[in-house]
Ligand binder design. Structure first.
Ligand SMILES: Cc1cc2nc3c(=O)[nH]c(=O)nc-3n(C[C@H](O)[C@H](O)[C@H](O)COP(=O)(O)OP(=O)(O)OC[C@H]3O[C@@H](n4cnc5c(N)ncnc54)[C@H](O)[C@@H]3O)c2cc1C
Length: 493
């Protein structure tokens, strides 16, 4: 440190969401000097929380997956000796379609029975067996792919291992859509099933069956078999990562919005809105690619402008936070509610609801439940509006979703909604800085296969990209995998 305003460190991590905190914890664990800069006044990013009275609301992400030992989040927790408290959900999710509930059982056989009962026709059993087979193969493959997508010739050479070459045919599943697999197993003709699949794919791959690659689609469609409820909220495991990092000497600094990242005299200079500057050998940024262009200059800026141009679409989110006086009895804390009719400004056929667990006193006091609702939105609907028009739209969408829940969730009959609050893409801009409120990463799409996503290594020495706008993309386990791979790269360098 050279003055109150000017600091130096070995590695700067930008952002204290799951990606940034995982990278910081892994680096600090190996004795690396790390400082994390975060613009908000608390941790978590898209998986953060807020409190109203005695209730805690998850702001965005709510479901934990990928925590089995052989999966990316499980591997990080095990490596660091972190043991978050999770409650396995079985069924992993309830999908309410019209008047019926499809129970997304965790067990494969129970789920196939349920799928065959609800969606007759075609070879349902074989279709799901194939998805589970693909999912297993991908998990075992990705653990070894620390230098993927290749960013240079030596990364390409690493891919020439016989075990990886044997898996090459799997990559077909990145350029062919889920529709191909559905047709192959004759399950494509059932329109109810297509709708079921599309809504599940939209929340897991951010795309539908005509464009979502069947390989990542398989991961998305099978994840309810291993879905966990984090006790205390989605931020709890992130807090454990942060505490692990700080216990190993890392510094985490809140209310530091990064305003510029420049290369100067062989190191990186990062400026913050409070006037502080940080000099570092290395910058690991979880700030999305769309924001990076406005923070950088010269060749670095051109690089991120090109990436933003190539990946020019992201979904926005509308979220509702409801404090319920009462404790509904539900088979799962996660309910996907299909819409019977469209809702203005909602660009999906469903809303996703997460109810606090009845025993989770960290999220709600006895006799109360907190509910986070999320659905897909478009940034354009919420940009450049007058304050009156913005408030009008927000109140239309809030009222429509509350009415929907009132009409279709009979488990809540007679329970008062004590607190109702809503978030729009503009809310996400305010709290996470994300350009246009793009959340959930880059939609998976056969036209832009996963191996074309930005790699963690940029062309600029010492600048690495993590987070859900870089490979392997969105979701807590994916960004933790990206952070793991990046740290492996740093130690390799
Ligand atoms: C509504 C919603 C529901 C979701 N549901 C799930 C789910 O159930 N399960 C799941 O696994 N995933 C879910 N996701 C996706 C998941 O939340 C994200 O993919 C993941 O949390 C992204 O982590 P990240 O660290 O890459 O980014 P972020 O969480 O966005 O973290 C980046 C951090 O960087 C900070 N930052 C940004 N700009 C600056 C700057 N200039 N200076 C300093 N700091 C800055 C931000 O404040 C933020 O804290 C959901 C997302 C949303 C929006």
């Amino acid at each position: 440190m050279t003055s109150a305003q000017s600091h130096s460190t070995s590695t700067l991590v930008l952002g204290a969401g799951y990606a940034g905190l995982t990278a910081a914890a892994l680096l600090a664990n190996e004795g690396h000097e790390v400082t994390v800069l975060e613009s908000h006044d608390t941790l978590g990013g898209c998986a953060s929380f807020y409190r109203v009275g005695k209730c805690t609301y998850d702001v965005g992400a709510t479901t934990v997956s990928g925590v089995v030992d052989s999966q990316p989040a499980g591997r990080v927790f095990r490596h660091l000796g972190i043991v978050p408290e999770f409650i396995k959900q079985d069924p992993g999710m309830v999908i309410r379609m019209g008047e019926r509930d499809v129970l997304r059982h965790a067990g494969v056989d129970a789920w196939i029975d349920e799928a065959e009962r609800h969606f007759p026709g075609g070879r349902q059993g074989a279709f799901w067996q194939e998805l589970y087979r693909l999912e297993q193969r991908v998990w075992s493959l990705v653990q070894g792919l620390t230098h993927f997508p290749p960013a240079n010739a030596s990364d390409v050479l690493r891919l020439a291992k016989p075990s990886l070459l044997a898996s090459a045919p799997l990559s077909l599943g990145l350029i062919r859509p889920m529709d191909v697999l559905m047709e192959r197993y004759g399950v494509h003709g059932n329109s109810d099933f297509r709708r079921f699949i599309n809504e599940q794919l939209l929340i897991s791959t951010q795309n539908t069956s005509s464009a979502a690659p069947y390989l990542t689609g398989a991961m998305g469609l099978t994840y309810p078999s291993e879905t966990y409820y984090p006790v205390g909220g989605m931020v709890r495991p992130a807090l454990m990562l942060m505490r692990h990092a700080t216990s190993k000497g890392a510094q985490v600094k809140f209310r530091r919005r990064v305003t510029a990242i420049t290369r100067q005299a062989g190191s990186w200079l990062v400026s913050c809105d409070n006037g502080e500057t940080y000099r570092a050998d290395r910058v690991v940024s979880s700030i999305p690619i769309w924001n990076m262009a406005s923070l950088t200059d010269e060749r670095v800026r051109s690089h991120f402008e090109r990436l933003s141009h190539r990946f020019d679409f992201g979904w926005g989110a509308i979220t509702l936070y409801i404090g319920i006086k009462g404790v509904p009895r539900l088979p799962s804390q996660y309910v996907q509610l299909h819409l019977n009719e469209p809702i203005p400004f909602v660009h999906s056929g469903s809303v996703f609801m997460t109810f606090s667990h009845p025993d989770d006193r960290q999220k709600a006091p006895e006799g109360m439940t907190t509910l986070t609702v999320s659905t897909h939105a478009m940034a354009e609907d919420w940009k450049g509006l007058s304050p009156e028009e913005y408030a009008r739209r927000k109140s239309i969408v809030t009222e429509a979703i509350v009415n929907l829940i009132r009409r279709r969730m009979h488990e809540l009959d007679g329970m008062e909604f004590e607190h109702i609050d809503a978030g729009t893409p503009q809310t996400w801009v305010s709290y996470t800085q994300r350009h246009d409120g793009f959340v959930g990463g880059i939609p998976h799409d056969v036209r832009r296969p996963l191996f074309m996503l930005p790699p963690n290594q940029t062309p600029f020495t010492g600048l690495y990209m993590i987070g859900d706008s870089a490979f392997p993309g969105q979701g807590m386990p994916a960004v933790m995998l990206g952070a793991w791979n990046t740290v492996a790269r740093i130690f390799d360098a």
